[in-house]
Design a protein around this ligand. Structure first.
Ligand SMILES: [Zn+2]
Length: 176
């Protein structure tokens, strides 16, 4: 956790990068300022479970690093069903799987409430590419998407949370 800037195995990360998972040093880097930005810049309601969603999403990328997922899908191209978006939606799905298992494994000491889940979904929706584009450039251009639309990010978190089944993590190929 850091504020303002941190040295990672992948070079120096500034807070402009946002939260990230670094394949070089196997660490998740969380800029604490991002959680404030989530509310102020991305217009999310915020709350503890919104933050938990962000952290779980980054750990999802760590799982992908361990599994070599990024090498399989490649990177680079943007677009609604691009190689950039697919692992992002999978990380959202993993975040949902985490939410489900956090209670079962005793990591979280009480069942999540509908309000908790709503916080996560609100955060997932707030960081959707279409919502960000609309706010920043006043129009939506799916060709430029790198993380997926608000609707898809909500959908894949929900898929992970409700199915909790590896067979349902299918964001890497086919229609998403
Ligand atoms: Zn991500």
């Amino acid at each position: 956790m850091f504020s303002g800037g941190v040295s990672t195995g992948g070079g120096r990360a500034s807070s402009a990068v946002g939260p990230s998972s670094c394949p070089a040093d196997h660490r998740v880097h969380l800029d604490l300022g991002f959680f404030q930005e989530l509310e102020e810049k991305f217009d999310a309601k915020g709350g503890p479970f919104a933050q938990a969603y962000v952290v779980a999403h980054e750990y999802g990328h760590h799982v992908q690093n361990l599994l070599g997922t990024m090498n399989r899908v490649g990177r680079g191209r943007a677009g609604a069903e691009s190689a950039s978006v697919r692992p992002e939606l999978q990380a959202d799905c993993y975040a949902g799987v985490w939410a489900k298992n956090a209670v079962v494994t005793g990591f979280h000491d009480r069942p999540f409430t509908d309000d908790d889940i709503r916080e996560a979904l609100d955060a997932a929706s707030a960081v959707g590419d279409d919502r960000i584009q609309e706010r920043v450039q006043g129009r939506v251009d799916p060709e430029g998407w790198t993380h997926g639309s608000s609707r898809k990010r909500v959908r894949w978190f929900t898929t992970g949370y409700t199915t909790c089944s590896p067979a349902r993590y299918g964001t890497l190929s086919g229609g998403i």
